[in-house]
Design a binder for this molecule. Structure first.
Ligand SMILES: NC(=O)c1ccc[n+]([C@@H]2O[C@H](COP(=O)([O-])OP(=O)(O)OC[C@H]3O[C@@H](n4cnc5c(N)ncnc54)[C@H](OP(=O)(O)O)[C@@H]3O)[C@@H](O)[C@H]2O)c1
Length: 167
């Protein structure tokens, strides 16, 4: 039914609001939303909205992205080099990557991590045997700066470019 509602919106009448409304309707059917999400773009408002609608938020680029030069500007900050994240990692005797992944799990986000290294793949699973304190979580929340790695700049002039919207 939701899909029918979306399809019934005449395409000539589509505005950004329609596009966003359509996505919300589709998400209600699919039940999950995959977005860029890490300590520098923590998507807290979107996460709150998703939780209120029983939509699971899935985080990609949770370690600060692959930094491929075709997609990510080379002067982008390194999440895993962040002093706060490093200090929390040191305190728990973990890597900054493990802390960045644990942060997402603890706030109810399904988290993706990509690596070509066998050791890192194994390490990235070792996040269920330690817990960040509420103070750690608050400190990591405080790192947010709404910084997006994959800005898709080639599409920035498109009328439906999504990343100018608050969500
Ligand atoms: N839906 C979408 O539009 C979308 C967009 C982007 C990505 N994704 C999905 O999200 C997944 C991951 O996102 P991503 O590739 O952007 O980035 P990511 O997982 O944030 O970062 C991957 C990079 O981090 C390194 N890394 C992995 N584990 C590490 C650790 N423990 N410590 C330090 N560095 C570590 C990897 O290098 P090494 O290989 O050298 O370990 C790789 O360069 C992708 O597989 C993709 O399927 C989806």
């Amino acid at each position: 039914m939701y899909i029918k509602v979306v399809l019934d919106i005449p395409s000539k009448d589509f505005s950004n609001v329609h596009v966003i409304a359509s996505w919300i309707l589709i998400l209600l059917v699919l039940g999950n939303l995959q977005v860029e999400c890490h300590p520098y773009l923590n998507q807290s408002k979107l996460l709150e909205f998703c939780k209120s609608k029983d939509i699971v938020l899935v985080a990609y680029s949770a370690l600060g992205s692959h930094r491929h030069p075709n997609w990510v500007e080379k002067d982008s900050p390194y999440v895993l080099e962040d002093p706060t994240l490093k200090a929390i990692a040191k305190k728990h005797n973990r890597s900054p990557g493990q802390v960045a992944l644990r942060y997402q799990v603890q706030r109810g986000v399904v988290v993706l991590a990509k690596s070509f290294s066998e050791k890192r793949i194994k390490d990235n699973f070792q996040i269920f045997d330690f817990e960040l304190t509420p103070e750690d979580m608050k400190a990591i929340d405080g790192l947010n700066r709404n910084f997006r790695y994959a800005k898709l700049l080639f599409a920035v002039d498109h009328p439906y470019y999504p990343f100018s919207e608050e969500y």
